[in-house]
Design a protein around this ligand. Sequence first.
Ligand SMILES: *Cc1c(COP(=O)(O)O)cnc(C)c1O
Length: 387
Amino acid sequence: MKFGTKAIRIQTDKTQHLEHSTPLFPTSSFVFENAEDMRAKFAGEEEGNIYSRFTNPSVRELELKIAALEGGEEGLATASGMAAIFTTFAALLASGDHILMSRAVFASTFRITENYLDKWKISYDYADPENLDSWDAMIRPETKLVYIETPSNPGLVILDLEKIATICKARGVLLVVDNCFATPYLQRPIEFGADIIIHSATKFIDGQGRVLGGLIVSTAELIEKMKGFLRNAGPTLSPFNAWILSKSLETLHVRMDRHCSNAHDLALSLHNHPNISKVSYPFLSSHPGHEIAKKQMSQGGGLITFELKGGLDAGRNFLDNIKWLSLSANLGDTRTIVTHPASTTHSKLTEEQRLMVGITPGLIRVSVGLEDKDDILDEITQALDKI
Ligand SMILES: *Cc1c(COP(=O)(O)O)cnc(C)c1O
């Protein structure tokens, strides 16, 4: 089956009511037929739900769907994208291990490495996304994971999945890819050799800014390890959020087509604005990762960034000139969202750290929504004209 059909037709078994749309299962626990049924399920000899921290039908449907859409063996849902990242680290790393992480990753991902890994004696190094040739030498005997994001948030850095996966395979290291910006509709890193896929389902997968959620896709063996951590430590996804996210996946392909065409058109239209020095979008030929983006993504995604000539002050002025687009920290919503990373999401980094991840003082990130593209362009243009 093709992507859209899988996204719509993978469902848990119907109940005795033969409902068409999958019902929500808001229950913390499940009952047993008798003592033997209870014993067998607890012993793992028989399949069945016991307690929603372990399994729940609403959560399971979402896990099966994301695994099929990413082309992986198994899926696992977590309470948020950060819980997916932390679960991966907690389940697969031990004291003495090492992670090689791309410098261009989400701000909270840095906070996990910098605030928590040290105390468990897990070491890390940041690899330069512009110099893949230096990565192999940075992998050590104790390196367990290479962790990357492509396209990256917010710099839209594109990394060559096939090339990095080849390095990882040769060195026996697992490649983890945060696929949040592309979604499996645009890019399936497992096809290029990645081992573990991470999603913040909060973004395009929900797509309407309603719930938090995280997803992991990998081999059955690795997911089993992560499931163990999740069951015991508890950052499981709520059935309600899972139900919302599974419904959302039914329309992901249709929404992404429009996010991408709106974003691509906006990027082209803003190119020549006198107050902008640079527009960045993976499918523009001016993007340094354009050729690689075209090799591994089917479209350029729903985010664009542009750099204002006036720097930090211009960035703040631009936001103040916005009339009806949303100033918000989220992305991947039906509503277009503008942010100024240097003064908000990345304000806690030093100027030097910001520049390393591609955040210049005048950088504006736009998560292009599903409103009419002419209205989005008019609104952004009027805010730019007034800087
Ligand atoms: C938002 C985001 C996350 C974290 O996800 P939450 O659901 O907010 O915990 C991780 N990676 C990327 C690329 C993100 O944009």
